[in-house]
Ligand binder design. Structure first.
Ligand code: URA
Ligand code: SF4
Length: 191
């Protein structure tokens, strides 16, 4: 059982750092990657799960995917420091395997509570895993690049930066991820 989510972001961070609801992840992680929620952030990016660099540093999206994300945010005129960044689950799965259904379910109350407390104007779901976390079974092709309502949140699904890295600097995923971040940034300002 995930413990009862906390009343504010600081209390939540303290509680989630000691969460052991997923035994395998709790035994293999270096630390819990709670996520970044700067005060007043209107844009929130949702990833899947921490990777090796995130597990080492305790911060979301600081490895290769994070570096590309920072670069693309800068290209569309957004400072990373103004953006909230979360993952659907907070502990690194060993070997970067996908989170299991049980892990995703256990961590959901934490992430839901973070979303409620952050109250972003626009959420960008990075990749299929985050997209399904919000929208349920779907394909990225079906939903990418348009705004969807997920229980009162405006969610824009797009490629994960790892897809953009895989396809390279001239690949379509990089271009579309950049376009989608630009759209999300403009919606967040206008909302
Ligand atoms: N990939 C993710 O989905 N999240 C991170 O924090 C890093 C890589
Ligand atoms: Fe707890 Fe989430 Fe980590 Fe599982 S992934 S141990 S629910 S913080």
């Amino acid at each position: 059982m995930t413990p009862e989510p906390a009343p504010d972001l600081a209390a939540l961070a303290a509680a989630v750092r000691t969460c052991t609801a997923c035994p395998e992840l709790a035994a293999t992680r270096t630390q819990v990657v709670v996520g970044d929620v700067p005060a007043g952030a209107r844009l929130l990016l949702m990833g899947e799960a921490p990777g090796a660099t995130e597990d080492e540093t305790g911060r979301p999206f600081v490895g290769r995917s994070g570096q590309l994300l920072d670069e693309l945010l800068a290209e569309v005129g957004v400072a990373r420091a103004d953006v909230a960044v979360l993952n659907t689950i907070k502990c690194r799965p060993p070997g970067n395997r996908a989170p299991s259904r049980a892990e995703s379910t256990r961590c959901r109350p934490w992430t839901e509570r973070q979303l409620a407390l952050a109250a972003p104007a626009v959420v960008v779901a990075l990749g299929l895993s985050a997209t399904r976390w919000f929208l349920g079974p779907t394909s990225l092709a079906a939903v990418r690049g348009t705004v969807h309502d997920a229980r009162g949140l405006r969610v824009l699904p797009t490629y994960h930066p790892s897809a953009a890295l895989r396809w390279g600097p001239d690949g379509e995923p990089r271009r579309l991820l950049r376009d989608d971040l630009a759209l999300a940034a403009s919606l967040a300002v206008g909302a």
